[in-house]
Design a binder for this molecule. Structure first.
Ligand SMILES: [Zn+2]
Ligand SMILES: [Zn+2]
Length: 128
């Protein structure tokens, strides 16, 4: 996947990309660093940040600025979806986009990406 997107697949980049692609919780750079540094003792915070930037530039990761100043990361090659942020537990859930979204666009405009963030309580927190 990295070769196809013009990126040299270093061990660190592979580790960062597969962690984000498999963990589905939209981790922050600090979370990625603390989870991976156990497995890769030589990994530095700078390497994680550099890998995240390179993978984002190569369209393999998507940056989500859901809370300002705390970038979260999502695996980009997946169907477009929105996000739901729970104000109690802080988890970020994937949500399907409303079907009618493109219909509301001015004719002649073309969408590259859609960012929809819902905020509220998730089903578990809402029950408590
Ligand atoms: Zn919740
Ligand atoms: Zn997502």
């Amino acid at each position: 996947m990295m070769h196809r997107n013009g990126l040299r697949p270093s061990a660190q980049r592979i580790a960062v990309l597969s962690f984000v692609a498999n963990c589905r919780t939209h981790p922050s750079a600090d979370e990625i660093y603390s989870r991976l540094s156990g497995k890769f003792p030589s990994l530095s915070r700078t390497t994680v940040y550099n890998s995240l930037h390179a993978l984002t530039d190569a369209s393999l990761l998507r940056e989500l600025e859901i809370e300002s100043g705390n970038m979260r990361y999502d695996f980009k090659p997946q169907p477009a979806h929105g996000h739901f942020v729970c104000r109690k537990c802080g988890k970020i859930f994937d949500t399907p986009l409303p079907r009618s979204l493109a219909d509301s666009l001015t004719p002649g405009f073309c969408i590259d990406c859609v960012e929809i963030v819902y905020r509220g309580l998730c089903d578990i927190c809402n029950k408590q």
